[in-house]
Design a protein around this ligand. Structure first.
Ligand code: BDP
Length: 594
């Protein structure tokens, strides 16, 4: 599977197709909306989720297909080149037409796909680009959901994950050219030998008869070269990619025909090692302690739309607060985010979009009927196939990012239920096969403690989401502290491997205060987090803490949500709550002690 990010270079050109597109929901247009100009007066911004752009419940709550359309002109200099369309994401399913011809279909809302459209477009000419996007979630999608037909014949959708089901074209769309003989994929792995760095490379081409590679340092000086499609480059006196101190080399791969360069593709490379040893998580041989957040791609109006100003500001706030890491809860994030983390030395736990594989939870926190999670009618073999494909696509997309140190294959599944092991074991093996260089984890839910969980031993690292003092012992931090410590010691004793607290947090309404332990106040959030920190410091196997959540975020409606989830340390518009200052004191002193 090839998923190289499109780039402009000596042999490639790139046109960004973001902007305003014609937009309509399917019920508002005729069948086959691609077969002519979309009959609509609406325009939607790309990239952005469509839901919150309009002032129309029929659009915000629509279940099914929506249509985007624009006109695209192929640059006239592209004659003789291959021409591709690339969608960074279409959430959750996309279908693409060039004029009347279907050129691509893709399932999975958070990974890219592309189409070679050379045969249906012409250099210098325009074409009509129509994209259908569906937000439907079923028992065989990742994440899963349920669609219900109402008494009036309308359709509503429910799902088990705690974030709004934003949909549409929330990431960039590209048109690019590449030569017929080209670099089609690169895989890089890194290691260290004394003072030297080892950069393993594997270059796939389409049609080349030879490959050459060169590695340059950050000043552009060539430090190693090789010919052949795979091998290992040796870099003397290597500068490592370190958390908080990124250093990137650039690997250029050339696809050759008869000794001539047909194509060249350049990839940033960070040299670093990762190892799990006993209860330690080592980066470059040194124990690493994760500080930071579970996050969301979420902001007002844009929904999950990628936005570079938010990207910059969010990373600035993470730096201000002393965070060294985050988890891409609960789906792969935009590639701009991953590349930014590479450049700035932020460590990433990279999570596939498998959240809500826990049907019994419906009977717990959010109300609804309890059901068996793994069964032929619920989460089944076909769901697992979708899940496997999501893992394949995530590894293909993100395998070369030095910032990614750990794969998370799911968040809070029903790992205590019958069928969990049969479901997950093959997925863990698949992930290890696809990337033998990184450890694999899953994120365990509170109900599935160390005594009843059926899958934790399959993983290198165990991530825990715990809400003592919130969903249980709400307002009683003393009992919460006792129970939290007892449970963590249980995990440490039974599994003797690294544990990361990937979620702990309390809903907090900014501006709400009390001198007592009153849930929802800013003081309570601070005291809640401090309680966890005392416990973390007493349990040696805990190698990290990521607060839930970086910022307040939108969810579906529910009696436990007031305009969304308020567990943010920052508000949705990124203003600090009191806890931000307490976290800053702890994490900057941990950072300075390094
Ligand atoms: C956990 C989920 C997360 C929720 C959080 C919460 O992993 O997505 O938002 O709880 O309830 O169950 O705030």
């Amino acid at each position: 599977m090839t998923m190289l990010r499109p780039q402009a270079g000596p042999t490639r050109e790139l046109v960004n197709l973001d902007g305003l597109w014609r937009f309509a929901i399917d019920s508002a247009v005729a069948e086959s909306p691609w077969s002519g100009t979309l009959a609509t007066s609406l325009e939607a911004a790309v990239p952005a989720s469509y839901n919150d752009q309009f002032a129309d419940a029929a659009i915000r709550d629509h279940v099914g297909w929506v249509w985007y359309q624009r006109t695209v002109r192929v640059p006239r200099g592209w004659a003789g080149e291959r021409v591709f369309l690339r969608f960074d994401a279409a959430t959750h399913e996309g279908v693409v037409y060039v004029d009347d011809v279907k050129v691509a279909e893709h399932v999975g809302g958070y990974t890219p796909f592309e189409a070679d459209v050379t045969d249906v477009v012409a250099a210098g000419a325009e074409f009509r680009l129509t994209v259908g996007v569906s937000n439907e979630l079923t028992n065989i999608t990742i994440p899963p959901g349920v669609i219900t037909v109402t008494d009036e014949g309308g359709r509503t959708q429910d799902y088990l994950h705690d974030f709004f089901n934003y949909a549409g074209l929330a990431r960039s769309v590209w048109l690019y050219s590449a030569p017929a003989v080209r670099v089609s994929d690169i895989t890089v792995t890194t290691d260290v030998d004394g003072q030297a760095g080892l950069v393993g490379f594997d270059v796939e081409t389409t049609g080349a008869d030879a490959v050459s590679v060169a590695l340059r340092d950050a000043d552009g000086a060539v430090v190693a070269t090789a010919s052949g499609s795979s091998g290992v480059l040796r870099v003397e006196d290597v500068k490592l990619w370190q958390p908080g101190a990124a250093y990137l080399y650039t690997l250029s791969a050339q696809a050759l025909v008869d000794g001539e360069i047909s194509d060249e593709y350049s990839l940033p490379v960070g040299v670093r090692t990762i190892e799990v040893r006993g209860t330690e998580f080592l980066i470059n041989g040194a124990p690493f302690y994760f500080t930071g957040f579970g996050r969301h791609e979420d902001s007002a109006i844009r929904g999950k739309g990628h936005d570079n100003a938010y990207l910059v500001h969010d990373f600035q706030l993470m730096d201000w607060i002393g965070a060294n890491s985050f988890r891409t809860s609960h789906y792969p994030y935009a590639e701009e985010v991953m590349e930014f983390a590479d450049r700035h030395g932020i460590v990433v736990i990279d999570e596939v979009g498998a959240v809500g594989l826990n049907l019994s939870m419906g009977g717990g926190i959010f109300g609804g009927q309890r059901q068996q999670t793994f069964s032929p009618d619920t989460i089944n073999d076909r769901t697992r196939e979708t899940h496997a494909q999501a893992i394949r696509e995530l590894v293909a997309r993100d395998k070369n990012h030095p910032s990614v140190v750990l794969w998370s294959i799911t968040n809070e599944p029903a790992s205590n239920e019958e069928g969990a092991r049969e479901y997950f074991e093959p997925l863990v093996s698949l992930n290890r096969e696809l990337d033998p260089t990184r450890p694999v984890t899953f994120v365990n839910v509170m109900f599935s403690n160390f005594e009843v969980d059926r899958i934790a031993d399959l993983f290198d690292v165990i991530c825990l989401n715990r809400y003592y003092g919130w969903y249980v012992d709400s307002g009683d931090l003393r009992s919460a502290e006792r129970k939290l410590e007892a449970e963590l010691l249980g995990w440490q004793e039974k599994f003797a491997r690294p544990l990361i607290m990937t979620e702990y947090g309390a809903d907090t309404v900014a501006g709400y205060h009390s001198i007592y332990d009153v849930p929802f106040t800013e003081e309570y959030q601070t005291r809640f987090l401090e309680m966890y920190h005392r416990v973390h410091d007493r349990v040696p196997a805990i190698v990290g803490e990521q607060v839930w959540n970086f910022a307040d975020f939108q969810t579906k409606n529910g009696f436990a949500r007031v305009d969304g989830n308020k567990k943010g340390v920052f508000t949705r518009d990124r203003k600090p709550k009191a806890a931000a200052h307490a976290l800053r004191a702890r994490w900057t002193s941990l950072r300075d002690a390094d």
